[in-house]
Design a binder for this molecule. Structure first.
Ligand code: SAH
Length: 358
C-alpha cells in the first residue's frame, strides 16, 4: 500500500505535481484504487446521471481551443426549439435520469436570458419539480444567474479552463470580454447566489506543466467548489490552438493525466461531485467508466437530437455523433454494467459538499 495520508492531510503543490508526473504503473494504479475506495466510502459506489442537452452552438466568444468559437465559419449554427428541449427533458424524466444539464455557447442579450428562464420554469413544471437542473451557459452577470436560480436551476458549471492567469490569457482573445477575472468573479457570484457551483480545467494544454495542474487542484480547494468537470484538451483543426499541436503530449497520456487529476482531487476533496467527461470517451471508449473507477461519480449522457450533434463539436472526433439519446443511454448502461458500476436512478445526486457547506 502506498501512503497517501501525507498528501491528503497536507496537499502541497510539490506532492501533487510529483504524483501527476509519476510513471510507475503500479503506483498509478494504487492511486486510482485509493481514490475509488475514498469515493465509495464517502458518497457510495453508484454514479449519478445528468442528461445533457446542447441547446445551441451559437457563441459570442472566440476561445482559441474551441470548435464552436464565433470565428469558425465552417460550423452550421443551430438553436434547438422549445419543443426539442422539452422533449429531451421528458426523455430524461421518463428514463429516470434524475437530472439534466442545459449547455450552450455563450450569449448575452435579454432574449437569450428570458428563454433559459422560461425553459427552466417549464421543465420544472412539466416534471412536477422532480428533475434537477444544471446550467452551463457561460459567464453571465449576477442578475442573470439570480433569475435562472429563482426559476429553478440549482447547479451551474463554469470551467475556469486554467487557473493560471497567464495560461488562460494564451487561450483566450485579449479583448477584455474573455478575462480571467470576469470568469473568477462569475464563479464567486454563483456561490453567493446559492448554486451548487462547478468548475474545471482542460488537461494537457500546450504550455501546461504538472505544476499548473497541481495549482488547478489547489484552486478548486481554495475556492471550496462543489463540483468539478475536467477533461483532456483535444485538438480541433479549425481553431488557432491547432497550430501548437506539436507541443502536445499524446492523447493516451492526456487520458492517464486526467485520471490522475480525478484521483488526486477525490482524495483532497472527498465529498464533491466529479464528472467523468465526454472528452475521456473520445480517447478511450471506456474512458468515462475508467474515470468512475478512479474517483468520479457523475456521468452526463448526451440527449441532443442526432441532427445537431455534428454541429456541437467543441473538439474533433466527439463521440456519439451518430447516436440518438436512446442509443447513448443503452451503450452507457452496458459499459457500466460490464465494469460493475451501478447507476443511482431518479436521484438529483446533489453535491454532498454543498449540503455540508450551507
Ligand atoms: N459556453 C459554455 C460551455 C462551453 S463548452 C461555457 O463557457 O461554460 C464546455 C467546455 O468544453 C468548456 O468549458 C471547455 O473546457 C471544453 N472544451 C472546449 N473546447 C475544447 C477542446 N478543444 N478540448 C477539450 N475541451 C474543450
Amino acid at each position: 500500500m502506498i501512503d497517501l495520508h501525507e498528501l491528503i492531510n497536507n496537499p502541497s503543490r510539490e506532492a501533487l505535481a510529483t504524483w501527476l508526473a509519476e510513471e510507475d504503473q503500479t503506483k498509478v494504479e494504487q492511486l486510482w484504487e485509493a481514490a475509488g475506495r475514498c469515493k465509495s466510502e464517502t458518497i457510495g459506489d453508484s454514479v449519478w446521471l445528468r442528461g445533457i442537452i446542447e441547446l445551441s452552438n451559437i457563441c459570442e466568444r472566440d476561445c482559441l481551443y474551441c470548435g464552436i468559437r464565433c470565428s469558425n465559419r465552417k460550423v452550421d449554427r443551430y438553436d434547438l426549439t422549445e419543443t426539442q428541449v422539452l422533449a429531451a427533458a421528458d426523455f430524461a424524466w421518463k428514463e429516470r435520469y434524475g437530472s439534466l444539464v442545459i449547455q450552450s455557447g455563450e450569449r448575452t442579450g435579454t432574449d437569450f436570458v428570458k428563454r433559459i428562464t422560461k425553459l427552466v420554469r417549464t421543465i420544472k413544471h412539466q416534471t412536477n419539480n422532480t428533475l434537477g437542473i444544471t446550467l452551463s451557459c457561460g459567464a453571465q452577470p449576477l442578475e442573470t444567474y439570480r433569475e435562472w436560480y429563482q426559476a429553478g436551476a440549482h447547479r451551474y458549471l463554469l470551467r475556469i479552463e486554467s487557473s493560471n492567469p497567464n495560461l488562460f490569457a494564451k487561450l483566450h482573445p485579449s479583448d477584455g470580454r474573455h478575462g480571467y477575472t470576469t470568469r473568477l468573479q462569475a464563479l464567486k457570484n454563483l456561490k453567493k447566489i446559492g448554486y451548487q457551483t462547478g468548475t474545471g480545467v482542460m488537461i494537457g494544454l500546450p504550455g501546461q506543466s504538472v505544476f499548473d495542474l497541481a495549482d488547478d487542484l489547489l484552486f478548486f480547494k481554495e475556492l471550496d467548489i462543489d463540483m468539478v468537470g475536467m477533461g483532456p484538451y483535444l485538438e480541433h483543426k479549425d481553431t488557432p490552438l491547432f497550430a501548437l499541436r506539436d507541443q502536445l503530449i499524446p492523447q493516451d497520456k492526456r487520458l492517464i493525466l486526467t485520471l490522475k487529476m480525478i484521483s488526486l482531487l477525490r482524495l483532497i476533496m472527498k465529498d464533491i461531485n466529479i464528472a467523468a467527461t465526454t472528452a475521456l470517451q473520445a480517447i478511450d471508449p471506456l474512458g468515462r467508466e475508467r474515470a468512475v473507477l478512479a474517483g468520479a461519480n457523475i456521468i452526463m449522457p448526451n440527449m441532443t437530437v442526432p441532427q445537431f450533434r455534428p454541429n456541437y463539436q467543441i473538439y474533433n472526433n466527439k463521440p456519439g455523433i451518430n447516436e440518438d439519446a436512446e442509443l447513448s443511454k443503452s451503450k452507457l448502461e452496458r459499459n457500466l454494467a460490464e465494469m460493475g458500476i451501478k447507476i443511482a436512478w431518479d436521484e438529483w445526486g446533489d453535491s454532498l459538499h454543498h449540503q455540508k457547506r450551507t
